[in-house]
Design a protein around this ligand. Structure first.
Ligand SMILES: Cc1ncc(COP(=O)(O)O)c(C=O)c1O
Length: 320
């Protein structure tokens, strides 16, 4: 099955209307649709939201706000290189943590070992494949008790929840990607979510060179009004996309018994449908190569290596 962007053709007239409105408004950035996209996302995610031109920009804003330059940050190795690279880019030192084999996400036990060893200021958790990291409650509790900042990489996790709690609600900040392959997309785009109003205010300045008092030294990470308009429509369509994918996943469960098994009351956004046996029509691996190997870190992460060798993705695309 060929890759298919999650877009419902019924939404095309709404996008056309928005494009007409933007063109005639003479406001192609930082306007009505950016604010509407943020408001819609806040309503869905139950957190304050700031839209960015990419995940990277939003992640940099959070890292800069927490002043992590020169500090240690724990990061799973089983993630996209974006997570360690953005952390290194802000001047922090990355230490890699192993994952669990059953959810492909950060292992609480290895996180605790690495936290005791490295005394990190912050920890990234990545919700791999669209489900919530199974150890998130324990990790969040540990971070709270030890004064460690918890950052959630929500790039895969649109529409996921666990007992009603949504990605970004465990940590100090969550960062979504709206890159073209994601569960919903604006072509390129990102969203920072948080309950921390001070971080939100900082981030809004960070994406726009610190305008207008220039106390925040950000760069240009603005999203265009065209992308934001697509984001509005896509956010409104998210519920349908998630229920379509969950229904489809239910059918796949019967065909592929050796799949990621979700705990009670967890809803996956099914960015990926992950199985632990080789299959014919796989779209490949979530990540073929572990970040600690790419960056040549001398650390033993047996579950991360195992995951690279032993999982595959069954195509799961929204086709209404
Ligand atoms: C886990 C993860 N984090 C971060 C990113 C980066 O997002 P963006 O491409 O929007 O910068 C991606 C993918 O694109 C990702 O899969």
């Amino acid at each position: 099955m060929d890759f298919q962007i999650a877009f419902d053709k019924r939404d095309l007239p709404r996008i056309h209307d928005a494009l007409d409105r933007i063109v005639s408004s003479n406001k192609w950035t930082e306007g009505y649709y950016t604010e509407l996209f943020e408001n819609k996302w806040s309503e869905h995610n139950e957190l304050h939201s700031v839209a960015f031109s990419s995940w990277s920009g939003a992640a940099l804003a959070a890292l800069d706000y927490f002043n992590l330059k020169g500090k240690k940050v724990l990061c799973p190795s089983n993630t996209f290189m974006a997570t360690p690279l953005v952390t290194m880019h802000c001047g922090a030192e990355v230490e890699f943590v192993d994952c669990n084999r059953y959810d492909l996400c950060m292992s609480f036990d290895d996180m605790k070992n690495k936290a005791e060893k490295h005394k990190p200021h912050a920890i990234w958790v990545v919700h791999i494949g669209g489900h919530i990291a199974f150890d998130i409650e324990k990790i969040a509790d540990y971070c709270r008790k030890n004064g460690i900042i918890l950052l959630e990489d929500c790039a895969h996790a649109h529409g996921a929840s666990w007992k009603g709690k949504k990605p970004g609600q465990w940590g100090d900040a969550g960062v979504y990607s709206f890159y073209a392959t994601k569960t919903i997309t604006t072509g390129e785009g990102g969203m920072l979510v948080s309950k921390n109003k001070d971080l939100i205010e900082f981030s809004r300045k960070f994406r726009n060179y610190g305008k207008f008092d220039y106390k925040v030294h950000g760069l240009n990470f603005r999203i265009t009004e065209f992308q934001a308009a697509i984001g509005v429509v896509q956010t409104e369509r998210l519920k349908d996309i998630i229920s379509f994918k969950n229904e489809y996943a239910g059918k796949l469960d019967a065909i592929y018994p050796n799949h990621v098994k979700l705990p009670d009351e967890m809803v996956s956004g099914y960015y990926k449908y992950i199985v632990f046996d080789p299959i014919d029509n796989s779209t490949g691996k979530v990540y073929q190569e572990q970040c600690h190997r790419i960056l040549k870190h001398n650390v033993d992460l047996p579950n991360s290596d195992w995951v690279s060798e032993n999982h595959w993705c069954v195509p799961i695309y929204y086709k209404p």
